[in-house]
Design a binder for this molecule. Structure first.
Ligand SMILES: Cc1cc2nc3c(=O)[nH]c(=O)nc-3n(C[C@H](O)[C@H](O)[C@H](O)COP(=O)(O)OP(=O)(O)OC[C@H]3O[C@@H](n4cnc5c(N)ncnc54)[C@H](O)[C@@H]3O)c2cc1C
Length: 315
């Protein structure tokens, strides 16, 4: 069975960034690349330091190329099972088993979109979730926001910073309070509370309603619900919060000793650079525990620093 210092499960921005740090830390790393990341449908990634407007596939290619000098083995496959073992963990990839002293999950989340026909096909092209990612290309455009309660109200008010032409679509009866309706009027946000039959269009997005003329928009924003992409963290016993995110401390440590998590799957802000930053932080923390373990094995010990947050050097 091949042995590694760490296995990183997931090769999105969080996993690639963690691999870079651990590779540079002279660790023997296994990086499992289970396929495209969350933003695969997007034309370009925005707000990415020094790489603004780069297509997601190019970001991934660049991230993988950065790993070339290091002892990072990349396998283009998913981890099927991970089990605790003496001194670490064993994991199955296809038919083979591997051993790793530490595990870092960077498996991301899955967006669950409303079932209105025509919405999913336009995800990442005309249908977006985040104005920081897709607001600028749609500035002063005809924007729709889909949402029927507090989140729709919140997103519509936010998106208004990018355009004067915002319509909130509630897709039928809504849960807006009189105060929230008044807010919409104050910000000149139109409200359409008719059931939507379907969305059509390639360059623009047309909403077809049940009892009203269709409306055409340049883009639509919504807040999808999300689930974990992988059941492995929960299977290993990692605690999830009520939003189904893996609970981590400020160093990315999960509730399971020897297991870290980073990126969208945690409570980290859901942006490329935030995911990369949390992968970096988690990798440093993970590597610190390896350094401490190795130092202890040689009979030496670090002086405990009062600035060191709890758990940083835990093996
Ligand atoms: C449509 C869209 C557009 C976006 N646009 C922007 C933007 O413009 N700017 C921006 O900053 N952010 C944007 N985002 C957000 C950004 O994509 C995410 O914040 C970022 O991708 C999170 O990185 P991650 O590494 O945590 O997860 P991901 O990028 O989702 O990567 C997780 C990886 O783990 C893999 N994986 C899952 N399970 C396993 C397993 N068992 N074994 C191996 N691998 C596994 C998955 O295949 C995936 O490749 C956008 C998101 C969406 C949905």
């Amino acid at each position: 069975m091949a042995h590694f210092d760490a296995v990183i499960v997931g090769a999105g921005p969080a996993g690639l960034s963690a691999a870079l740090v651990l590779g540079g830390g002279r660790r023997k790393v296994l990086l499992l690349d289970g396929g495209p990341g969350r933003n695969v449908r997007a034309v370009a990634a925005h707000g990415v330091f020094t790489r603004d407007c780069t297509p997601p596939a190019d970001l991934k290619r660049l991230g993988l190329a950065d790993l070339a000098p290091y002892d990072v083995t990349v396998i283009s496959s998913v981890a099927r099972e991970i089990k605790p073992a003496a001194g670490g963990f064993t994991l199955q990839v296809e038919q083979a088993w591997y051993f790793a002293r530490r595990v870092l999950f960077a498996t991301g989340v899955r967006d669950v979109l409303p079932g209105i026909p025509g919405l999913r096909e336009r995800w990442g092209k005309l249908v977006h979730h985040c104005p920081y990612c897709d607001g600028w290309p749609n500035r002063q455009a005809r924007l729709a926001v889909l949402g029927s309660h507090q989140e729709g109200h919140h997103l519509a008010l936010s998106v208004r910073a990018w355009s004067d032409h915002v319509t909130l679509l509630t897709d039928g009866p809504d849960e807006l309070t009189p105060e929230q309706r008044a807010d919409l009027r104050k910000l000149d946000i139109d409200l359409v509370d008719t059931k939507i039959r379907r969305f059509t269009g390639t360059q623009t997005l047309t909403a077809h309603f049940e009892n009203r003329a269709a409306c055409t928009f340049d883009a639509l924003f919504l807040n999808p619900t999300q689930t974990q992409n992988s059941t492995l963290p929960a299977g290993l016993g990692c605690e999830l919060n009520d939003k189904s995110r893996v609970v981590v401390n400020e160093n990315g440590m999960t509730s399971v000793r020897g297991v870290w998590a980073a990126g969208d799957m945690t409570g980290a802000a859901q942006y490329v650079v935030s995911a990369a930053a949390s992968g970096h932080t988690a990798a440093v923390s993970l590597n610190t525990t390896l350094i401490h373990e190795n130092v202890r094995a040689q009979g030496a010990a670090f002086h405990e620093s009062p600035d060191e947050s709890a758990g940083v050097g835990e093996a």
